[in-house]
Ligand binder design. Structure first.
Ligand SMILES: C[S@@+](CC[C@H](N)C(=O)[O-])C[C@H]1O[C@@H](n2cnc3c(N)ncnc32)[C@H](O)[C@@H]1O
Length: 227
């Protein structure tokens, strides 16, 4: 069974509590990582940017502050999340669009930058999605990806593992009233590619100058590359 329909339903269900959960789970760090993503996208005024898996729209908004809000598309397949984004940023001219990252409804060579936060862990085939992103980027355009990363087996591992396997699902139960969605976050993080493997998938999709930086005891990774 493909992950898509289940993931879509899950995000529709938690959309209203998503931002609060993020702030609490990351101890207020999450916006800093999103700003880092936008910095690595190296956009300038007038550039056309796509924030894929935009969710409630934070990265799209940050991109729009540089490019201009009529130059940014925020795409997602959860209508519940897009509704929250529209509600939060109702005065912005960002174009909120329903779309599936596996098959993007955009022409080849359309965007100067494509960003996505916490998308790849939720798809069946990261390579397929990265090839789609590569297709819609202009030559020289930049991709930037933020996601969770399986924790390394170091000194911190037992604490990090406990936080993921007990702390996060309990917070999900109390704050989002959906323990299973946050148990899914833990499972999908532990089963996701490590940062080096993910970098090699970016290269396989055709990106060059691929690099990454980790945050939060190595549990968050930002990868970037150039078409
Ligand atoms: C954890 S949220 C991240 C939202 C936002 N990027 C952020 O930084 O908070 C993941 C988002 O990815 C979307 N998503 C997952 N798979 C997708 C797909 N195949 N196509 C489009 N959106 C997808 C979900 O609907 C959800 O809104």
């Amino acid at each position: 069974m493909t992950k898509g329909p289940q993931v879509q339903k899950m995000f529709d269900n938690i959309a209203g509590k998503y931002d609060l959960m993020n702030r609490v789970m990351t101890m207020g760090q999450d916006q800093k990582w999103r700003r880092f993503v936008v910095g690595k996208a190296q956009v300038k005024k007038g550039d056309r940017a796509l924030d894929l898996a935009t969710g409630t729209g934070d990265i799209a908004l940050m991109l729009s502050e540089v490019c201009g809000d009529d130059r940014v598309v925020g795409g997602d397949f959860s209508l519940g999340m897009l509704k929250e984004a529209k509600k939060r940023f109702e005065h912005s001219h960002i174009s909120w669009q329903a779309c599936d990252a596996n098959k993007l409804p955009f022409e080849d060579n359309s965007f100067d930058a494509v960003t996505f936060g916490y998308l790849l862990r939720n798809v069946d085939d990261s390579l397929r999605v990265l090839k789609e992103v590569h297709r819609v980027l202009k030559p020289g355009g930049r991709v930037v990806c933020l996601d969770t990363t399986p924790p390394a087996r170091n000194f911190y591992y037992p604490f990090v593992k406990m936080y993921f396997s007990i702390g996060i699902p309990v917070m999900g139960k109390i704050i989002a009233r959906d323990e299973s969605a946050y148990a899914y976050l833990t499972g999908s993080t532990m089963g996701f590619h490590d940062a080096d493997t993910l970098a090699s998938i970016f290269e396989e999709a055709g990106f060059t100058q691929v690099s990454y930086k980790k945050f939060m005891l190595g549990t968050i990774g930002v990868h970037w590359g150039v078409k």
